[in-house]
Design a protein around this ligand. Structure first.
Ligand SMILES: Cc1cc2nc3c(=O)[nH]c(=O)nc-3n(C[C@H](O)[C@H](O)[C@H](O)COP(=O)(O)O)c2cc1C
Length: 189
């Protein structure tokens, strides 16, 4: 086996605007979700939640949460930008919203619980990509919107949206993006 061929050395996200949104297989979605919750989690506190958004719910949230919140904050917005906002989640076949839901704990810091929710996002993303799907981790503006947090069942002032994992199909293989110079970010002590 050629170890330089490793999946993680080639893994690449596909931009949401390039994702094709016809449905993905239900058994694949289950594998992705189960990979998502199989993450390092100090104290097994499960300080995160995954909200699966698919089918009619993509359109519903676009039209009942994202678009109205966008218009509320941008009353002068152009028709073009309103059109974009009205279709955000519908770019994907399924969107997995990951909430960081930390708990009070005498020993385990909040920071570690937040990191664990990032691990959930990364596992979801990597697993979807390993199955050949197009996927991207996005926050965009609506990850920081109170109404969206409330709609997803998050607690205001405590929970946060770690990201939306967009999953769908590839129209073409993505081009490589600029990667960090290893010598600038890695050093050996
Ligand atoms: C927490 C988080 C939030 C992100 N939010 C956005 C975003 O809102 N818009 C965007 O274009 N990219 C966003 N990105 C970056 C995309 O996921 C980007 O496509 C990714 O860096 C590509 O990397 P990859 O090919 O190594 O997977 C975000 C990344 C992270 C980790």
């Amino acid at each position: 086996m050629d170890i330089s061929d490793n999946f993680y050395l080639k893994r690449r996200s596909v931009m949401a605007k390039k994702i094709k949104n016809h449905p993905i297989k239900e058994d694949h979605l289950n594998i992705i979700i189960n990979a998502g919750i199989r993450v390092p989690d100090h104290g097994a506190l499960n300080p995160w939640k995954i909200k699966v958004i698919k089918g009619d719910k993509l359109k519903l949230i676009d039209e009942e949460v994202i678009l109205p919140e966008f218009i509320k904050k941008n009353p002068e917005a152009s028709l073009d930008s309103k059109f974009i906002e009205s279709k955000r989640l519908q770019r994907a076949s399924v969107v997995l919203a990951v909430l960081s839901t930390p708990v009070e704990h005498p020993k385990i810091p909040n920071w570690e619980m937040v990191l664990s929710s990032g691990a959930v996002c990364m596992n979801l993303l990597s697993c979807a990509q390993s199955l050949g799907y197009a996927a991207q981790w996005l926050t965009e503006w609506y990850a920081y919107n109170e109404k969206m947090l409330e709609y997803l069942g998050g607690r205001s002032g405590i929970d946060k949206i770690s990201g939306f994992i967009y999953i769908g199909h590839k129209a073409e293989e993505p081009l490589e993006r600029k990667r960090p110079d290893p010598s600038k970010v890695i050093s050996y002590l």
